[in-house]
Design a protein around this ligand. Structure first.
Ligand code: ADP
Ligand code: ADP
Length: 225
């Protein structure tokens, strides 16, 4: 069934329509990419899904619940940003443990989940480092592990590889795909790189001027006769 449902969701700032009325369903386990030029409304759509941008109209549901009505501490979505947004004073392991501490998770469960995540992103040996002692790719792997450690329903990623050089970006694309299939989590992934979207996504939405101009599989978009 659908994990994310948008029903005529719109966002205006004054008279400016950042998101025109949009209806959309994203299925469980789907990797859904959003591409489009800067200013086309991608971050607005992601922010509405995450519940930190209130929509001006329409209804947005995640797993059947109205996002606007879910208290922030009950929202079950992990977020990954371009700038990693790691806590600089915490070690890798403490960063990954943080969402579990916030949720009052028991100590033994925290330890078990953190070590599982460290293994998944291959950072066991660096668990005591601070973020400043890691490479960009390693920092993004910590951000991924922190976003996924409590089995979120949904991972929302906003240009997560935007700060990395081309080779590392390609390596991380594969890594994120593997990570997603291992967890079976639903992903909404914003990028302005259409090759990245075509490589990673089950479906791609092209945004332009606050509108979802096209939504299709990578084949449907790029391999037309
Ligand atoms: P994208 O992520 O595709 O670059 P955004 O969703 O960030 O696009 O922005 C879409 C449009 O909405 C842009 O023209 C932007 O300037 C405008 N916008 C975004 N946030 C605000 C805000 N808080 N106030 C006014 N305009 C905004
Ligand atoms: P990756 O490609 O895996 O992201 P790099 O190639 O940048 O990592 O780094 C290779 C090795 O150097 C890693 O084992 C990492 O632990 C180490 N390293 C990277 N940055 C630092 C740093 N600032 N201080 C100490 N060691 C580092």
């Amino acid at each position: 069934g659908a994990v994310v449902e948008f029903e005529d969701v719109a966002k205006t700032y004054g008279d400016f329509e950042a998101l025109r009325p949009t209806t959309l369903r994203i299925e469980a386990g789907e990797f859904f990419a959003i591409i489009g030029p800067s200013g086309s409304g991608k971050s607005t759509l992601l922010g509405i899904t995450a519940g930190f941008v209130p929509p001006s109209a329409g209804a947005i549901r995640v797993a059947g619940a109205d996002v606007v009505a879910i208290p922030p501490y009950r929202r079950n979505f992990g977020m990954v940003f371009q700038n990693y947004a790691l806590f600089p004073h915490m070690s890798v392991a403490e960063n990954i443990a943080f969402p579990l501490r916030m949720r009052g998770c028991p100590r033994a469960e925290i330890a078990a989940r953190v070590s599982r995540m460290l293994a998944m992103v291959r950072l066991e040996a660096l668990s005591e480092r601070r973020p400043s002692q890691l490479s960009g790719g390693q920092q993004q792997r910590v951000a991924l592990a922190r976003a996924a450690v409590y089995d979120p329903l949904l991972l929302l990623m906003d240009e997560p590889l935007g700060a990395l050089d081309k080779n590392l970006r390609e390596e991380m694309q594969e890594e994120i795909k593997k990570f997603q299939s291992a967890l079976g989590v639903t992903v909404i992934y914003v990028t302005h790189d259409q090759h990245e979207a075509a490589f990673m996504a089950d479906r791609i939405a092209i945004m332009r001027g606050g509108r979802l101009e096209q939504v299709a599989s990578p084949r449907g978009l790029y391999e037309r006769p």
